[in-house]
Unconditional design. Structure first.
Length: 479
């Protein structure tokens, strides 16, 4: 979130847009500096929006009882569609008919008053890292706002738009799967970027074509004269381009190693903890260093540069600024564990996983040469939401694991039994029944020089093993 030179919202504007009524004295106009849905994240100056599962969905709790916590965190005001039995002293409440609908109205008004350039980012893999790369490079070229944390669901997108300062020059919104058309119509991007489409969320979209068609819904809200940005190397490019053409999107910018890509990868040199990348744009070449390992991360950086090109901003400066980009938490994030006799290198890529991202992470592990005596170790959690294809897709990870020259494979989650059955017995480490058990097994088996990839879906909780390992050892983050 940008630091604000003026209030995000005035009390009068909030009431007018939402049709709400202030209970007690409204807050001082200068006090509303942000908006928050979750009590524990409230900061001084926030408007806290009360949620309930009836109108917000099962993932949301009824937070009306959290007002004392919100007040202690110095919120400026509360927006609620029901009143607590006892009103908190000194905490103004804006009573509205429905808080979810009210937040959508705020988002619509916020988007209308915004004159900066808006980018919407979606994809099966790479969207959060690419979003953060864009924020990193664009904030050096103008006032830039972006999606905070993972506010990329339907209410999360409305929250992100409602939080956006009106004087932002560049805005980057992340749009996750589900109701993409509705999200896009709230965000109204000038530029719609699809990083890559791959098998994921098969419970909702059972085929790759269905996933492509769903991701293309990001084009539904694109502004007139807008731009689609697509991965030219992807097998999904043709179908996505058809969607863009059908919606009469006039501009297309592509990225990839394909000779016809507008932002073309001409050379990629993998390093131990980074990449050296050469890119060509309109015949002009530039080299830059990206301080994250993996070809998939290099492709994310090309997607970001393609967006900068579409904005007609300084893409050469953006390429140079990528040298100071730091990994997003849980995405190829590195740390070390210090043992007697040497260090263990931890690569935490466990924020989420699907077959494509698993293969990319394992390929990155394969390119890393452990120090003398060290081993490549894979610690794998389940890939969630793969439906009836789950067993097959987990078993098909066997070849990428073997190709990664892994010495030991640790697993967590029942779906990985299929993978264990497809791997040579010599590679199999114990299968853990819990994160605590996995951490205990790893502590006993890790040795100096080991390089350990930890990868799985967020819902597998395999990433929770990282703090358990680090808390019991001296550690030094590498980035």
């Amino acid at each position: 979130m940008l630091s604000l030179d003026r209030p995000l919202w005035t009390a009068q504007t909030l009431a007018e847009i939402t049709g709400g009524l202030w209970i007690g004295n409204p807050p001082v106009d200068s006090d509303i500096r942000g908006i928050e849905l979750f009590p524990g994240r409230v900061e001084r100056g926030d408007l806290f929006v009360v949620t309930n599962p009836e109108t917000w969905g099962d993932k949301f709790k009824n937070t009306i009882a959290s007002l004392p916590v919100v007040e202690r965190h110095a919120a400026s005001a509360v927006m609620s569609d029901n009143l607590p039995g006892k009103l908190p002293k000194g905490l103004p409440i804006l009573q509205v008919p429905n808080t979810r609908q009210a937040l959508t109205k705020l988002a619509q008004y916020s988007r209308e008053r915004l004159f900066g350039r808006v980018i919407g980012v979606t994809g099966s893999v790479g969207k959060t890292t690419t979003r953060e790369m864009l924020h990193h490079v664009l904030m050096r070229q103008g006032r830039t706002s972006t999606t905070e944390a993972n506010s990329n669901t339907s209410p999360g997108v409305a929250l992100s738009v409602a939080r956006t300062p009106a004087d932002s020059q560049f805005v980057v919104y992340e749009l996750a799967h589900g109701a993409l058309s509705r999200k896009s119509k709230i965000a109204r991007p000038h530029i719609a970027l699809i990083t890559e489409v791959a098998l994921a969320h098969l419970d909702d979209f059972p085929t790759l074509d269905a996933i492509i068609d769903h991701k293309a819904e990001i084009f539904d809200g694109i502004e007139p004269g807008g731009t689609a940005i697509l991965n030219r190397d992807s097998a999904t490019f043709g179908r996505l381009k058809e969607h863009a053409d059908r919606r009469l999107i006039p501009n297309l910018v592509t990225f990839g190693a394909d000779p016809l890509a507008n932002v073309r990868l001409t050379h990629w040199l993998p390093m131990d903890r980074s990449s050296v990348i050469q890119v060509a744009v309109d015949g002009k070449r530039e080299s830059y260093q990206l301080p994250i390992a993996g070809r998939h991360m290099a492709m994310n950086s090309l997607a970001a540069l393609a967006t900068v090109v579409a904005l007609d901003a300084d893409w050469r400066q953006a390429a140079a600024d990528l040298a100071t980009f730091a990994p997003v938490h849980g995405r190829m994030e590195e740390a070390t564990i210090t043992l007697d006799g040497g260090d263990v290198r931890i690569i935490n890529d466990a924020f989420n996983a699907n077959p494509a991202s698993m293969i990319a992470a394992l390929a990155t592990l394969a390119a890393i040469a452990p120090p003398s005596g060290g081993r490549r170790i894979a610690v794998l959690g389940e890939m969630k939401e793969l439906g009836a294809e789950s067993e097959r897709l987990h078993a098909e990870l066997a070849e990428p694991v073997i190709n990664a020259k892994v010495t030991r494979v640790f697993t967590l989650g029942d779906s990985l039994i299929a993978l264990r059955g497809a791997l040579p017995a010599s590679l199999l480490a114990p299968h853990a029944g819990s994160v605590a058990e996995l951490a205990e097994i790893l502590r006993k088996e890790l040795a100096p020089g080991d390089v350990v990839l930890i990868k799985g879906s967020h819902g597998s909780h395999v990433g929770d093993v990282v703090p358990r390992l680090l808390d019991s050892n001296a550690k030094t983050p590498l980035h």
